[in-house]
Design a protein around this ligand. Sequence first.
Ligand SMILES: NC(=O)c1ccc[n+]([C@@H]2O[C@H](COP(=O)([O-])OP(=O)(O)OC[C@H]3O[C@@H](n4cnc5c(N)ncnc54)[C@H](OP(=O)(O)O)[C@@H]3O)[C@@H](O)[C@H]2O)c1
Length: 269
Amino acid sequence: MKLLLGKPVAQKIYQRIKPKPMKIAIIVLTNDLSTISYLNSKIRKFFEFQINAEIIKLEENISENQLLDKINEINERPDIRGIFIEMPLPKQINPLNVFSKISPNKDIEGLNPLNFGKILYGNEFIVPSTAKAVIELLDYYEISVEGKNVVVIGRSIIVGKPLSLLLLNRNATITICHSKTQNLKEITKNAEILICAIGKANYINRSFVKENSIVIDIGTNYVDGKLVGDVHFEDVKDLVSAITPVPGGIGPITTAITIENCLKLCSLD
Ligand SMILES: NC(=O)c1ccc[n+]([C@@H]2O[C@H](COP(=O)([O-])OP(=O)(O)OC[C@H]3O[C@@H](n4cnc5c(N)ncnc54)[C@H](OP(=O)(O)O)[C@@H]3O)[C@@H](O)[C@H]2O)c1
């Protein structure tokens, strides 16, 4: 079994990007401590690339109109070149309204419908970072998806959907599964590459996995203070030909892509 580590992939991305002083705004609506501690480590990494993050902490119960006004205000600030909203959004906020409001030229996460829609045409200038991180990992380890039977579990707007489009752009044969999928195991058992973005700790055990397949675990779940993936690593590791660990898999690559997205936006003039 080959371990698909994220660190060397992230290093390769850092080598190709040129730091440039810039300022971004990070809107935080959650009080969740694990999100905030992850955010702090991300901000330190941004700083290494001369990206200065202004944290804009808003109340979790903010109205959608108040949030939209805030985004408008930041859109108009010339000193801020990128806007990032820490996910998940509170329930009262409609993601489409919020991401439509972020100027496409300041849209670090590629979630404005204009940037997102461009993926359908094969234009991947700014792409949601976790989805792009999976592609970077596959490229680094020279895993071709062309013509392969790839199953993605999860259809969120930030991970599953954009990732499925990126894979389709690379000629994979994609099956997208979700909570309403029937006979999930029958589908995943046929996957040459299985990608999990579910958000359920250790959910995928060997009964879901095809022998000698490649498994990519995007999930980040805390169990008793410990970070674990969606895949039960110990249970599947002897069955698969390659697998990403959690932590140390997709996470570090996602941060590198976020930084690269910031610098791409900064280059737009
Ligand atoms: N490593 C990173 O950098 C990174 C970045 C982003 C997210 N993540 C992690 O990735 C995971 C997914 O994130 P997300 O934002 O996409 O989560 P999300 O918005 O909660 O979406 C979860 C998806 O999984 C599906 N699902 C839930 N239970 C299922 C089940 N039993 N069987 C099949 N499908 C099921 C849901 O289906 P429905 O659509 O039917 O509800 C949904 O499409 C989370 O653990 C998150 O923390 C990691």
